[in-house]
Design a protein around this ligand. Structure first.
Ligand SMILES: C[S@@+](CC[C@H](N)C(=O)[O-])C[C@H]1O[C@@H](n2cnc3c(N)ncnc32)[C@H](O)[C@@H]1O
Length: 287
């Protein structure tokens, strides 16, 4: 795929010396971070780009949400946490008060990414908190804590797998808050996905369809639409990941009036166009 005008081959190999040329000569935070990761030779190239482009969708959506008080982004099933970190780096604190990284497991060498991020942007890093817990348990904690419960969440799941993605959408809808997910592994079930008071939805039998993931994504959007959400599906470059559908839902009561009619700029994310991702935008918060 093309990245900043250069052809980059996508795979799970770690970022290393051979990739430095893609990021050199740029002032962008993500490129500078990538260069630091190239020095470490461990972070999978593919995961870097998944997080980069998924977080760009999130940046754009959050910047369009109402500005009454800051949002709190939840990077659920965050793994290394890069998605949430980039989001904090690119969205100002008055729009995005905090990012919670929610995952019971912390991948090996995650502390290296965390340390690089903290060094590059102490301000953004102070707004990012890792919570080593499962989604179900965390939601129950929110329900018992009025301060936490009073925050406005922006729900994200970048490759959270099958049922966890459904749970993210279900909880977001129950709270009337926006969600952004990029589903993968349609049949995977994780432990601790659902809070006790929310039943997993009975799934449609979609086995007749050749692309189960696509079919499930359409039912996900349909569920949100029937709850009065505006929904959209967009794609990131399939070379980064075959699980490249990004689903967004926003309760209609949150929409700005002009949004109902405007042409949506969220077309296929061009890997070769920095400005599309808002990286060159005026709201960059990186310090
Ligand atoms: C496919 S990985 C995605 C990691 C990361 N978002 C990425 O794109 O590289 C799925 C993650 O879900 C996490 N997970 C499993 N069960 C969970 C649960 N109940 N709540 C939150 N995260 C969970 C796993 O620990 C794993 O890190």
């Amino acid at each position: 795929m093309l990245y900043r005008g250069q052809m980059i081959q996508m795979n799970r190999n770690p970022l290393g010396d051979g990739q430095r040329r893609f990021f050199e000569g740029s002032d962008g935070f993500a490129d500078r971070l990538a260069l630091r990761l190239c020095d470490r030779h461990y972070f999978p190239k593919k995961e870097f780009f998944e997080s980069l482009y998924f977080s760009r969708f999130a940046q754009r959506r959050i910047k369009r949400l109402d500005k009454e008080r800051p949002w709190v982004a939840l990077d659920i099933a965050c793994g290394h946490g890069l998605t949430g970190m980039l989001l904090a780096a690119y969205v100002r604190a008055d729009r995005l008060g905090a990012v919670y990284l929610i995952d019971p497991h912390t991948p090996t060498r995650s502390e290296e990414l965390t340390a690089i991020f903290a060094e590059m942007s102490p301000q953004a890093s102070s707004r990012v908190m890792r919570l080593p817990t499962r989604l179900g348990a965390w939601i129950e904690r929110v329900q018992e804590d009025p301060v936490l419960d009073g925050q406005r969440f922006f729900w994200m799941g970048c490759h959270a797998c099958g049922e966890l993605t459904d749970a993210i959408i279900a909880v977001a809808i129950r709270r009337r808050e926006p969600f952004l997910v990029m589903p993968c592994c349609p049949n995977r079930r994780w432990k601790g996905t659902w809070p006790r008071d929310l039943c997993r939805p009975v799934r449609a039998d979609l086995s007749a369809l050749p692309d189960l993931g696509m079919a499930m994504d359409l039912t996900r959007l349909g569920r949100a639409q029937s709850a009065d959400y505006r929904t959209m599906m967009r794609l990131i470059d399939v070379e980064i990941t075959p699980h490249n559908r990004v689903l967004y839902g926003e309760p209609i009561e949150l929409l700005h009036p002009e949004e109902a009619t405007e042409a949506d700029e969220m077309a296929i994310v061009s890997m070769d166009d920095e400005t599309q991702g808002g990286v060159a935008g005026g709201e960059e918060s990186v310090d």
